[in-house]
Design a protein around this ligand. Structure first.
Ligand code: AMP
Length: 358
């Protein structure tokens, strides 16, 4: 289990902004990245090599894996067959188990609640009988979410009365789903934990997250969580990472319910670097991207300490058109992802606005 020396190549499945920022962080350590993506994304512009091909083409994925020293991924919907094809050639970190759990909301909730960690009440729906059973178990208000391929609020429908559930299930093409009870949260936080090859875990300070139209809008650090609740949040994230035998950065999204006996309820996990950790690029000595690269390359982890208070704001669609004004703002770091067209809802970049640590 020796560390990959500088000059080694990390293969990344996925070519979007997360891959781009991973590649930039790897470059700082003298490591190269080779991107495998189905479309030429912003990661290809800053990487030593890229292969454009479908993730379903396992021969192609295997050939890609043959040219790199380790494989990681930057989105959670990498087909499992691609991860397994790569794993037959080189180590895949985090391992495909984390992918399998995160790709299926039912598996995810069952796994996390099996660790004794609170999640929203949930019931599976796959036909009329399970739909009726779900209403009996959860009640007549909740959120219907598809088990697979949901993100940024996609593939989910708010249910306000029992009569709405059946049409909602139909509008999701009766895809296997879960009905979740509504969690009466005060706000949402996330925990970015990094786990090394040898099992050590480190956790970044916990951001408070706000959303707009189902997409992350801001992450603010520090959050108002008490020291006790923050310690519990860290413990939960560490327990999930350890139970998965995880290597790299794991994002754990949580609801905060102040009056509850167990105030932190896990919403979902992301087996990758996470948008709510982009503030670490400027407010920490070692960012989530660099720590992910260090972990998958078998290096010692870097410091997760924060030297500044920070608000990260996503630049969605036309927000990025203000780049000249944003570039001129004091104490602000501007990050643009090099995407050619600012379609509505598209993540184009982000800014980190720093203040001295309070
Ligand atoms: P998700 O795609 O699961 O991250 O959900 C998107 C957003 O919907 C979350 O960030 C919450 O704001 C809200 N949400 C999801 N599930 C629940 C729930 N069970 N109770 C209350 N709000 C929820």
């Amino acid at each position: 289990m020796t560390a990959l020396p500088p000059g080694s190549t990390i293969g990344i499945l996925g070519g979007g902004q997360l891959g781009r920022m991973l590649s930039l962080a790897a470059a700082r350590l003298g490591l190269k990245c080779h991107i495998y993506s189905d479309v030429p994304g912003g990661a290809c512009d800053v990487s030593a090599a890229s292969t454009i091909g479908p993730f379903e083409d396992v021969e192609r994925v295997r050939a890609f894996a043959n040219g790199v020293d380790v494989v990681t991924y930057e989105f959670e919907n990498v087909p499992l067959a691609a991860a397994h094809a790569a794993e037959a050639v080189v180590p895949v970190r985090p391992g495909p188990k984390a992918l399998a759990v995160a790709q299926d909301r039912l598996e995810e909730k069952t796994f996390i609640s099996g660790l004794g960690i609170p999640v929203a009440p949930f019931a599976p729906i796959h036909d009329d009988a399970s739909l009726e059973a779900a209403v009996r178990a959860i009640g007549d208000a909740g959120i219907l979410k598809t088990r697979h391929l949901g993100y940024d609020g996609k593939g989910q429908i708010r249910i306000r009365s029992a009569g709405e559930l059946k049409p909602a299930f139909t509008s999701l093409q009766r895809a296997p789903s879960v009905l979740e009870g509504l969690v009466p949260f005060a706000y949402e936080v996330s925990v970015l934990v990094v786990r090394a090859l040898q099992g050590e875990t480190r956790v970044y300070d916990i951001p408070l997250n706000t959303h707009k139209d189902g997409i992350l809008d801001t992450s603010t650090v520090p959050s108002p969580l008490s020291a006790r609740d923050a310690a519990r949040a860290r413990e939960i994230a560490g327990a999930i990472a350890t139970a998965l035998g995880y290597v790299g950065v794991l994002g754990v999204e949580m609801f905060y319910v102040p009056e509850a006996a167990e105030p932190l309820v896990v919403n979902e996990i992301a087996p990758r670097v996470h948008n709510s950790g982009h503030w670490t690029m400027d407010a920490c000595l070692v960012s989530q991207f660099e720590n992910h690269i260090r972990a998958v390359a078998g290096w010692p982890l870097g410091s997760t300490d924060r030297h500044s208070d920070v608000v990260m704001t996503n630049l969605i669609g036309a927000d990025a058109d203000r780049w000249t004004a944003l570039a001129a703002e004091p104490a602000t770091a501007l990050h643009l992802y090099g995407k050619p067209d600012a379609r509505p809802g598209r993540k184009m970049g982000h800014v980190n606005r720093l203040k001295p640590r309070s």
